[in-house]
Design a protein around this ligand. Structure first.
Ligand code: ADP
Length: 148
């Protein structure tokens, strides 16, 4: 996942690069976690988006603003499950591991979201397992390494 040392990217190959070369670790919580757990995790893990799972499968997404809305709305943060405030499947935008970086960037730009879960379909579980995420920060890094 996401090597920290900048390495030059060849601009002519950029459009066809596979998304998995650029993904980072996704912050994942269970639907049963509380909203308060989500706030603590997003701070301690320095992340912008939480991916929510039901069993091992992607079921939702919670952003910083979703958490702020819950906090100022007077919800009982320590007892209510985070699933109550998540954006949920089937309305979650994602890409699979065979997508190109370009396809992932297109979804992030057009849907105006901070990051995109990168998933793999599980035939056994009949749903999508989270492999990682691609964020706007990752895309900035690609731009930087292309211009390097
Ligand atoms: P923020 O709200 O912190 O600016 P985003 O722009 O990523 O972060 O999220 C905006 C809204 O879109 C939130 O309500 C969030 O739940 C939802 N959202 C974020 N990522 C996705 C996604 N991949 N698919 C569907 N909805 C998403």
């Amino acid at each position: 996942l996401n090597p920290q040392k900048p390495k030059k990217i060849d601009s002519s190959s950029l459009k066809n690069l596979n998304v998995t070369e650029f993904i980072g670790e996704a912050l994942v919580l269970s639907e049963k976690a509380t909203i308060h757990d989500g706030i603590v995790e997003i701070f301690t893990r320095d992340s912008g988006t939480i991916y929510i799972t039901n069993g091992d499968l992607l079921s939702g997404v919670v952003s910083r603003k979703d958490l702020l809305k819950a906090a100022i709305g007077g919800m009982d943060l320590t007892s209510l499950p985070i699933s109550l405030i998540m954006s949920r499947m089937p309305n979650i935008h994602f890409c699979t591991t065979d997508a190109t970086l370009f396809e992932a960037a297109e979804i992030i730009v057009k849907k105006e979201i901070d990051s995109l879960p990168v998933v793999e379909y599980s035939n056994e579980l009949k749903g999508y397992k989270i492999v990682g995420k691609i964020s706007k920060t990752d895309l900035s890094r690609v731009l930087f390494e292309t211009l390097l």
